[in-house]
Each structure stands twice: as C-alpha cells, then as structure tokens.
Design a protein around this ligand. Structure first.
Ligand SMILES: Cc1cc2nc3c(=O)[nH]c(=O)nc-3n(C[C@H](O)[C@H](O)[C@H](O)COP(=O)(O)OP(=O)(O)OC[C@H]3O[C@@H](n4cnc5c(N)ncnc54)[C@H](O)[C@@H]3O)c2cc1C
Length: 468
C-alpha cells in the first residue's frame, strides 16, 4: 500500500458495493478516508444475487479480491430464453462468449456474500465505521463536517455519497447547489430517478428445473421472470410494469402482504418446462417486493459533496450492470483525486482545483452510465414485451441473431471500462491486451450508439425479409 498523502481526507457515506470499493481504491492510492455505514452488519441477509462482469472482475483483481471471489462461485453456462408457457425460445452460450471475448468469467454471488468478500479483502478494516448514520453535512470554507446520529462529527475535505438510491447526501448536495447557485439543479433533474417497474426478488434452495449454473428469462406481456442458479442456491426476480409510473420524490414502500398478493397472481406461471413460480415462492429463504428506479443525474457534485453509485446513477437490474457501474464510478473518482494530489504536489487543493477534478470525474463517467441505463432499460422492456416493438425484438429478432450478439453488445461496455490507475498495469491480462488492440479512445457514446443502432436495423431488415 502506498504511503498516505493524508493532506486530503474523504468522508465516504455508505458501505455498500460503492463504499467498500471506494475504501479499497483509496487504500491502494494512499488517500486518507473513513467510511460511515448506518447498519451494524456489513452483510445483512438482504437482496438476492449480484453478477460481476469482466470489467468489474478486473477492478476486483486490481484491489486484490479476485481470487477470493472466484473461489466462491461457479461460472454460469446457459442463458435460456422461454415462452410464457415455459417452452424454450432459445438457448444462448452467452456466458462462454463473454469468457472467450474477455478472458474472464461473469461471476455470480449471493449479494451479502459479495459484500463480505469486499470487506474481508480490505487491508485496513478500521476505516469502516459501522452503526454510523449520517444526519447532516455542512460545507465550510475549506472542508466538510459530517454529523452522525450519536452526536459525533467527522471532518474531511469532501463527502462522497455512496448511500444508495434514496441518498441523503444527495439532498445535502442539492441544498448546497440551491444556496450557491439557485436554479442550477432544476426540479426536472431532481425527478431524474423514475420508477416504471416493480420486482419480486428472492432466493431459495437449488432448483433442478432451472439448471445448476444457468440463467433463465421467461417472457410475458408486461412482466417477465429472471432466474439465476448456482449448485447450492437459486436467485429469482419477477419484473412487473407499473400501471402508473412515478418519479422522485415519490417513493413506494411495499409490504409483505403486497408481495404475497402479487406473487399469488403469477403462482401458476411457468418458469421452465417443469416448474411454476409458486414452487419457487413457497420454498423461498427470503422474498420481497421492491420498486426499481432508473435514472442518471446531470450534476454529480456541488462544492465539496460528490456522489457515486446508485445515488447518482441507477439502472434496472435485468442485465446486471448497476453494481459494476457503481464500482467503475468510484474508480474514476479515485483516479481524479490521485491525479489532483499529484499535480498539487501532495498539498491540499484550493476549491477551484478540487471542483475541476470533480467535474472531470462527472464528465468522464456520466455519458457512459447514461448509455448503460438506456441499454438496461431496453433489456427490461424486451424481456417483459413492454410494447409491440420490444415484443417483436424478443420474439423475432433476438432468436435469429447470431448467438454471440448479446455478448458482443455488452463487449462495448466491458472493453471501454475504466481501471484503477494506482494499481498500475495489473488487471486481467488477456482482457487488457484485447482492450488495447480494439479500443483507441475512451468510451465514445455516439459511435457506440451508431454501432448498436446499425446492428439493430440490419437485423430488423434481415428478420423481415426472412418472414416474407
Ligand atoms: C434486484 C436487484 C438485483 C441486482 N443485481 C445486480 C447484479 O447482478 N449486478 C450488478 O452489478 N448490480 C446489480 N444490482 C444493482 C446493485 O445492487 C446496485 O447498483 C449497487 O448495490 C449500488 O451500490 P451502492 O453502494 O451505490 O448502494 P447500496 O449498495 O445500496 O449501498 C448504500 C449503503 O449506504 C448505507 N446508507 C444509506 N444511508 C446512510 C446514511 N444516512 N448514513 C450511513 N449509511 C447510509 C446503506 O445502509 C447501504 O449500506 C441489482 C439491484 C437490484 C435491486
């Protein structure tokens, strides 16, 4: 671990995927910090699974957690897409293609185990303060003061809000923006996080009807099922389109009874040839109903408060990119802070220098996660036959595409992902070499959209001509 520059201290709020990754990155880069987490347990029994793509895995390797992570999961094999009656629509060796393209498997974990791997891998765990709920954030002339519910105060140079989709730090950031520059953050921007879907999410014992290491998507009109398996566990999700979508500050709080009632409406629905959803629900270890927000903020910082992860950018989970993107954003911010300290000769930066680097972080990552958000939203819509067009894509286009199409599309996101500069050239070697031979510049959003658009148009034409 490099010697700490210490002149600069980051107060990180939240020890979820982004906050724990931030502690790793800052420790690797010699940046002083503390992570404040309101919960008393690092890995509470909540949520279902989290899949880590090769670009997330490279960050894991850079922070020294990849070996421990790989030991704890078995790579998935098949991606089965199914009709509403559970019959097979297509079987895509998607996971093999991703491995061949990037030299790295997609890793699948129970979410709480993933948090545990990140925590256990920390070189210095004393940086994480558990049971530390942030109540208030004050910006002073040359720093920040964070007030905790026990009355104590943490002082630093910036606050990094990794406190999730209902971020409190984001509210403090907006209060600051409204005070120093009224109208800069508009009401429309604050309503950027929209909720169009809700999801029954749960885990249970292994299910032979879903395979040992497979992913299953079952389509239907306005809703869809997703299941992922490991030899010792199954994870499942049922996505329902909302009749009345809503936006921040409105928030849905579903009860157990809401979950039970919704689960009953799809209990007889097939999730494979031999299995109906009611069997999964009955055998669940845990299951709940949650809203799914999606959106990317325009402003990611104001003064000395900056956001990363779900607090700034939230995507639907069908293609499993939210946590990967949270890790990426933290990496990009850490790179900027390291560069800033180096350029400043290790001395505390003035406000102007600091804001220049925070803006560089925001500008580098925002278009990229916006694309990821749109891509994830499209997949959610396709899986749930959300419109005649997305049903057409699901039924007529995707099954006719070469089976590596999805892996190739995701390759655009994987290949252009950032890496932690403080870790030098370490990383998944084959992946790195492919990156250098195929990508000249950082993510070019327009070029990528054109490529994806061209693919879709070519294949739509192809499908129409095949149908005659
Ligand atoms: C059903 C579902 C499945 C998903 N599957 C995947 C997947 O397979 N792959 C993937 O990459 N992503 C997945 N995601 C997305 C991923 O889980 C999130 O993007 C990721 O957890 C975001 O990390 P975060 O650290 O920003 O927020 P969180 O993980 O939500 O962490 C926020 C932390 O902040 C703490 N906190 C909040 N307020 C305060 C406060 N005032 N003071 C102190 N601490 C506070 C919270 O307790 C929490 O620990 C999925 C999401 C859902 C909903």
């Amino acid at each position: 671990m490099p010697k700490e520059t210490s002149a600069f201290r980051v107060i990180v709020v939240g020890a979820g995927v982004a906050g724990l990754t931030a502690s790793h990155c800052f420790q690797k880069s010699g940046i002083d910090h503390v992570v404040l987490e309101r919960r008393s347990e690092i890995d509470p029994p909540e949520g279902a699974s989290i899949a880590i793509y090769p670009h997330g895995a490279r960050i894991l390797q850079q922070i020294g957690c990849l070996d421990a992570a790989q030991e704890k999961c078995k790579p998935c094999v098949h991606f089965n897409s199914r009709w509403p009656d559970g019959k097979l629509l297509f079987d895509d060796p998607f996971f093999d293609h991703v491995r061949k393209n990037h030299g790295q498997d997609i890793l699948l974990f129970e979410r709480r185990r993933y948090l545990r791997i990140l925590y256990d891998g920390l070189p210095d765990k004393s940086r994480i303060r558990m049971g530390a709920t942030v109540k208030d954030v004050k910006q002073t002339v040359d720093g920040v003061e964070v007030l905790l519910s026990d009355g104590s105060v943490e002082k630093g140079d910036i606050v990094l809000g990794c406190d999730g989709v209902y971020s409190r730090v984001r509210n403090f950031m907006w209060d600051h923006a409204d005070a120093v520059s009224p109208g800069r953050v508009t009401g429309e921007e604050k309503a950027a996080m929209k909720t169009r879907w809700k999801c029954l999410v749960g885990t249970g014992p292994p299910e032979p009807g879903l395979g040992e290491r497979d992913m299953t998507v079952v389509h239907d009109r306005g809703f869809s099922f997703l299941a992922l398996t490991q030899p010792n566990r199954s994870f499942w999700f049922v996505f329902f389109r909302l009749d009345s979508p809503f936006a921040w500050p409105q928030r849905a709080n579903y009860t157990e009874q809401d979950a039970e009632e919704l689960a009953a409406t799809v209990a007889d629905h097939h999730v494979s040839d031999t299995l109906v959803f009611g069997q999964l629900w009955k055998k669940r270890d845990r299951g709940m109903l949650i809203p799914l927000e999606e959106g990317v903020l325009k402003h990611w910082f104001s003064g000395r408060v900056v956001l990363a992860g779900d607090a700034a950018h939230k995507v639907t989970p069908n293609i499993a990119l939210g946590g990967n993107s949270a890790m990426e954003s933290v990496v990009v911010l850490c790179n900027q802070i390291s560069r800033m300290m180096e350029e400043n000769g290790g001395i505390k930066p003035d406000q102007g220098t600091l804001e220049r680097h925070l803006k560089a972080y925001q500008d580098e990552q925002r278009n990229r996660v916006w694309f990821i958000m749109k891509f994830s939203g499209l997949i959610t819509s396709i899986q749930a036959w959300d419109s005649p067009f997305t049903k057409f894509l699901a039924v007529w286009v995707l099954p006719l595409l070469p089976n590596r199409f999805l892996a190739l599309s995701l390759g655009l996101i994987i290949r252009t992902a950032p890496r932690l500069e403080a870790a030098g050239n370490s990383g998944v070697e084959t992946w790195r070499n492919k990156v250098e031979s195929t990508v000249k510049n950082r993510f070019d959003i327009l070029r990528t959209r054109k490529v994806v658009g061209a693919f879709i148009v070519i294949f739509l034409v192809l499908c129409l001509s095949l149908r005659r």
